[in-house]
Design a protein around this ligand. Structure first.
Ligand code: ADP
Ligand code: MG
Length: 335
């Protein structure tokens, strides 16, 4: 059996069972956006780690070193945001190819530091080694959170409204331009910037963490098509997504019209949006969404509903069922 037969998540399921066995009840291990380790009576430590590898996650000739430094920290901060937490410290391990210039590495650290400073995250350590062919970047971020504010993937309830904190598909469209090597208009360049410089929704995550009407939360790294399935699995529920309610930017709509791309497909499976996916008690939604708008000057987008069809993710478009060939990113699956 090959890894491509079981996929990234089949593989994680396969080995994680052994490590989840006998885990103390108050510790959250493999399976959520970050591990949760009790710190004291009131607070917990959050730990998350993510790796970026040249050619798999980025094409060196298309991303600036500053953007890469930013992105390698941003994707980790997003996982802390997904729990409702505050990021505090980072560790950075680098496998660098000998052909890189010192200037390139300096610029990488400039991008990393600038985002770290924005959220008062301090780099405390890491490791540096030579890598023969590909640049390898691994970042670990620690964070803290009050126990009562932690939002797990596993807490969705039947009838909850499914919401997202930002527009979907811009990053996926940016990646499509890079992969298809199409000529780049200003619009395409803006979309690529979303792909290269995602802004983690830290303040939104902390704010939503404090709201009891928010039941389950995670970040969108692989696209809602894949990520909603993780929420479904953790919460033992189903989800219906209304494609006509997906928030799409004008830039995305315009390039999809020009190139005849399916905007719904990019929005649901393009991935790397790094906004938050959450489920909300329907009774709390009206006040929560009004307060969210007043606080962040952007809407909280309602895109679907939690159902009792356990294990099933359904899509509809204008109230009619809609099917995609495949959705969501999986590292080992063929795309
Ligand atoms: P995210 O996209 O939120 O970073 P992933 O999809 O990468 O999460 O991983 C899903 C879960 O599996 C996470 O809890 C992560 O910590 C865990 N995980 C992934 N790879 C490994 C590994 N090699 N060893 C242990 N845990 C892992
Ligand atoms: Mg995540």
């Amino acid at each position: 059996m090959k890894l491509s037969d079981i996929g990234e998540f089949g593989l994680i399921d396969r080995f994680s069972k052994d490590f989840l066995k006998n885990l103390p009840k108050d510790i959250t291990g493999i399976g959520d956006d970050a591990a949760v380790i009790p710190w004291n009576q009131k607070q917990s430590l959050l730990v998350t780690t993510d790796m970026l590898i040249e050619e798999s996650h980025f094409i060196k000739s298309t991303i600036s070193p500053e953007e890469l430094g930013h992105k390698s920290l941003a994707v980790n901060l997003s996982d802390i945001a997904a729990m409702g937490g505050t990021p505090t410290f980072a560790f950075l391990s680098l496998g660098l190819t000998p052909d890189l210039t010192v200037e390139w590495v300096d610029r990488f650290f400039k991008g990393f530091q600038s985002l770290a400073e924005k959220y008062s995250v301090r780099l405390l350590g890491g490791d540096t080694t030579k890598s023969k062919e590909s640049i390898i970047i691994n970042v670990t971020v620690l964070g803290n959170i009050q126990n009562k504010h932690i939002k797990f993937r596993s807490n969705a309830s039947l009838g909850d409204l499914v919401c997202v904190t930002g527009k979907l598909g811009d990053s996926g469209a940016g990646l499509k331009f890079l992969l298809e090597q199409k000529p780049l208009s200003q619009t395409a360049k803006r979309l690529i910037r979303h792909h290269h410089q995602p802004e983690p929704h830290i303040s939104e995550g902390q704010w939503l963490g404090r709201k009891s009407g928010v039941h389950a939360m995670m970040d969108i790294s692989d696209g809602i098509g894949s990520d909603a399935k993780h929420l479904i699995k953790s919460s033992e529920c189903g989800i219906d997504i209304y494609l006509d309610r997906l928030p799409l930017s004008e830039d995305l709509k315009s390039v999809c019209a020009t190139h005849k791309w399916n905007a719904y497909k990019l929005a649901s499976s393009g991935g790397e949006d790094y906004c938050l996916l959450l489920t909300v008690d329907p009774k709390a939604f009206a006040k929560l969404s009004a307060d969210f708008l007043a606080t962040f000057h952007r809407p909280l987008f309602m895109i679907g509903e939690v159902t009792g069809n356990i294990g099933i993710l359904n899509y509809s478009l204008h109230e009619k069922p809609y099917t995609f060939e495949n959705s969501g990113w999986d590292h080992f699956k063929k795309h």
